[in-house]
Design a protein around this ligand. Structure first.
Ligand SMILES: [Zn+2]
Length: 247
């Protein structure tokens, strides 16, 4: 298995279409590199709809169909701004040239709903506890959770958090991605105690008129699309706690 650095050598950064439109299910693209490794292929295209694993969001999966071949994308990975699709050939031999890239939309849409619910949890928790709690980690595949810093809430508080989250979902708040300079981001209550990469500008998610949250993931357009929310389990990690949830 070649190191990813080797695969992306000399390749320009990928145009990440999912950052602009998370509802885009497929795109035509130019496969600029195809590297065989055992029975698998690493395919790199000039643009992609595949969100790589990162920021708690699991990688998209799907298919790439090019001239005389079809490959199943098991996962997408990012290296130096380049998205690499790790593929298993279904038919033919993957190669460079024009291709159609399509994600597994059912899985992605579930991730978008969970991801938006995970952000709403910041606000629901702040409403119940009276202050923002820094999110230290999250995972959006099943079982999905967000881990927050601080002492674990009691079971009645968890029920209140669920109710606050459901109110935010039912309010049908618009969800938008925009960019903010770092000096504005540093003042947000939602980033207090959160470790961020050093950047001059951040992509942030704005839900209604709530304070934005820096994020590079994919979300639904309106909180109503989250559909529902249930806390499955509270895990006390000593100094932090995990809220497992499903939408
Ligand atoms: Zn997000």
């Amino acid at each position: 298995m070649p190191p990813l650095e080797k695969v992306v050598e000399g390749v320009e950064a990928t145009l990440k279409l999912y950052l602009e439109d998370s509802y885009l299910k497929s795109t035509r693209a130019m496969v600029v590199k195809a590297v065989k490794s055992g029975g698998r292929y690493y395919l790199v295209a000039d643009r992609t709809v595949f969100h790589p694993k990162g920021g708690g969001q699991p990688s998209d999966r799907g298919a790439i169909r090019g001239s005389g071949y079809e490959a199943a994308v098991a996962r997408a990975m990012e290296c130096r701004g380049v998205v690499v699709h790790w593929c298993k050939p279904v038919s033919g031999v993957p190669c460079e040239g024009e291709a159609e890239l399509a994600i597994d939309w059912g899985f992605r849409y579930l991730l978008m709903r969970r991801h938006t619910a995970a952000h709403l949890l910041d606000y629901a928790l702040a409403e119940v506890l009276g202050e923002y709690r820094p999110a230290v980690s999250s995972w959006l595949d099943h079982p999905a959770y967000v881990e927050f810093k601080g002492p674990a809430p009691g079971s009645s508080e968890v029920r209140e958090v669920e109710e606050a989250e459901m109110r935010l979902i039912e309010e049908g708040l618009p969800v938008e991605a925009k960019h903010m300079p770092s000096e504005e981001v540093e003042r947000l209550p939602t980033v207090k105690g959160v470790r961020l990469p050093k950047l001059s500008r951040y992509r942030v998610i704005q839900i209604g008129d709530l304070p934005p949250i820096p994020c590079g993931g994919t979300h639904v357009k309106n909180t109503r699309e989250v559909g529902g929310f249930r806390v499955l389990k509270l895990e006390d990690c000593g100094g932090s706690f995990k809220l497992y949830f499903e939408v």
